[in-house]
Design a protein around this ligand. Sequence first.
Ligand code: FE2
Ligand code: FE2
Length: 270
Amino acid sequence: MVTIPTLPDVVTKVNSMVGDSKVSIQEIGDVIAQDAPISAKVLRIANSAVYGLAEPATSVIEAAKVVGARALRNIALQASVIQRYAPLSSIPDFDIHGVWKHAIFTGQLAQKIGATAKAAVGDFTVDEFYTCGLIHDIGKVVMLESLSEDYLEVFRRARATHQPIHVCEQDVFGFNHTEVGAVVAQQWQFAESVSKVIQFHHGPRQMVEEDPIVAVVAIADQISYRIELDNFDDAKKRIEALAKKVLGVEAEAMQEIYDYGLEILPLIEV
Ligand SMILES: [Fe+2]
Ligand SMILES: [Fe+2]
């Protein structure tokens, strides 16, 4: 029923190069530079306020040297995924711009929470957390492309009934965007842990509580969603209890993360 997209060649190549210690940043930059639309987007993202470069980078290789290979991989992924689904921006009732903004915001928050919860998450890197945030809801976009009007109907229903979208997806299709997203991550050859994070970002609670890496992204997703809605107070206690229990992060440290979120949300460009 659902067609899983392939990742553009340049991103697949960059992914395998980043994992290879013999490959230099210059070589990675060269591969991206061969794809003009992706390199233009990569430059724009690297020069956006979120990365805070002191001097704007004028070439992909320059950007690569400043942000590093792993961040560059995420930027290339972000650029190519957004470009791949650009045609969906003309669909009424589906705010794809909002989906990407939420994805980037969740990635930024997951990085911050992951760094704060260093002791609990082990060697899972901040860049891997960004990847997870970036693609945690990719299943929605993939489902929309394949199921079109049927999926839009589910979207409208979720909005009208104030039900979570994954619950409505499950009712109508028998699967939801978390499962689709997990398959996408596998096909794109991301680490097993990335696929697991995507699969369990809406629970069940037990899966979130027993894996700190899943918890980081689930918490980032909730904070991101709440800040976007400007409706935080009723979820705050629940989020803080989860952060304390699974990540050992205290409420004061969570407060810093909310403040960081409020500060960076206006800086995010899609
Ligand atoms: Fe989701
Ligand atoms: Fe989400």
